[in-house]
Design a protein around this ligand. Structure first.
Ligand code: CTP
Length: 408
């Protein structure tokens, strides 16, 4: 549970997107958070306090003068042990209030009275014209300068029938943003390039050779890197997974396409993590048309070696005066992981290699990995892939040193 032990004050202001706040509240509770809902009077026109109380399991507050708070100071008491305030939906008018430090209802007063250590996140939700109005643009810029973080908004069809920016993010997207906000920003200012998934090597236009990689580990590493504050590009072979939020994904099929995409993105990268299960060979006599069954029997396939992407990136790093990007490889072995992993790290000429037992981990949500470096190897015990990815990102970030300094 990504929010275990966290106390979140969930503020609702007036907007149709209040219906999404119900789902969000549920998702936060499911992730282990304790949720204290505070609603404005306008929000209560869109959703009932009873619903939010049932979903959060706590009394919902709407009134500054609510005598149910022991000392009658709800605007102070409700935030003192909180870990974050999230206002979703956050209306145009509430953005104005935040920008000007207004204190004319419980939620706005509570925001102004929050302790300085307490992060305030808002999920704007409004009509596109309201979002793009110069007054709103001015107020939003003010919030940024005051250290208030925006989640979204997204563009798309709006409840009013118009289309454009101003849609509140979906509940699951807001959850991802909030969870990310709690992760240490160990890769802030870093650019990270990651490969993930299998490759697909065509035999003919409808058939090909691939492998059992699901892409889950690589996608988890991409999400963890983004959570850590990095700008992430993910070059992905064919998978059934959605691109991690906030990550730029480039879709490829074959190893050669993956190689070309990676080399095209390499300039300026601080870190390269090759998680993809790249096919070592491609079919060199692939047919331009669908192969037909013939009396002469099964087709004879011949193979040519694919470029080694990781080795090519490691070579580029070796000829870069500052040694960028720092290269991390993955190895999926079916046996002798310790010996093969250590040997593969040396053969690829990289400082760090992460080994796992391929057949057991492909498609699974959990994994056990071994990290190989010049000093030996360390086992990271079985855990969810996202948990392992966060541990790996923490470990890798520590090896990079401070931004602007050469890595170790
Ligand atoms: N890799 C790559 N390009 C290739 C093959 C592998 O970039 N053509 C990368 C993988 O993304 C991974 C690492 O190299 O980070 C190790 O991949 P793996 O398939 O385990 O190793 P191989 O070099 O292919 O060696 P072998 O198949 O003999 O185990």
């Amino acid at each position: 549970m990504d929010l275990a032990g966290k106390k979140i004050v969930l503020g609702l202001t007036g907007g149709v997107a209040c219906y999404k706040a119900a789902e969000l509240c549920r998702a936060l509770v499911k992730q282990g958070a304790s949720v204290q809902v505070v609603m404005t009077e306008a929000a209560s026109h869109f959703i009932g306090a009873v619903t939010m109380q049932a979903l959060s399991g706590h009394t919902v507050y709407t009134d500054q003068w609510d005598a149910r708070v022991a000392n009658n100071m709800a605007h102070i008491d409700l935030t003192r042990d909180a870990d974050a305030i999230l206002i979703a939906p956050c209306s145009t008018d509430f953005i104005r209030k935040l920008a000007h430090g207004a204190c004319d209802d419980l939620l706005s007063t509570l925001c102004v009275a929050r302790p300085r250590r307490l992060p305030l996140f808002i999920a704007p939700a409004m009509n596109v014209e309201m979002w793009e109005n110069p007054a709103t643009v001015r107020n939003v810029a003010r919030l940024g300068a005051d250290g208030i973080t925006l989640f979204g908004p997204a563009a798309g069809a709006q409840a009013c029938g118009e289309t454009g920016y101003g849609r509140m993010l979906e509940a699951d997207q807001l959850l991802v943003e909030l969870v990310a906000a709690f992760q240490p920003k160990v890769l802030a200012g870093r650019r990270v390039l990651i490969t993930a998934g299998p490759t697909f090597e065509a035999i003919d236009p409808v058939r090909g050779i691939t492998n059992l990689s699901s892409g889950k580990m690589g996608y988890a590493v991409a999400r963890a890197a983004r959570e850590a504050g990095a700008e992430v590009v993910l070059v992905s072979g064919p998978t059934a997974l959605a691109a991690p939020q906030g990550v730029r994904r480039i879709d490829v099929l074959s190893a050669r396409q993956m190689h070309d995409a990676v080399m095209g993105q390499l300039a300026g990268q601080h870190l390269f993590i090759g998680v993809a299960a790249v096919a070592d060979w491609r079919v060199s006599n692939a047919s331009p048309h669908k192969m037909k069954k013939t009396a002469s029997g099964a087709p004879q396939l011949t193979f040519a070696e694919n470029p080694d992407i990781l080795a090519a990136v490691a070579q580029a790093a070796a000829s870069n005066p500052e040694g960028w990007p720092y290269c991390v490889g993955f190895a999926a072995e079916s046996e002798n992981l310790i010996d093969y992993g250590a040997a593969k790290r040396l053969r690829k000429g990289i400082p760090l290699l992460v080994g796992n037992i391929g057949p057991q981990t492909f498609g699974d949500d959990h994994n056990t990995v071994i990290v190989f470096d010049a000093a030996g190897h360390t086992v990271l015990p079985r855990a969810g892939k996202l948990t392992l990815a966060r541990q790996l990102i923490g470990d890798i970030a520590a090896r990079l040193g401070a931004p602007g300094t050469p890595h170790r």
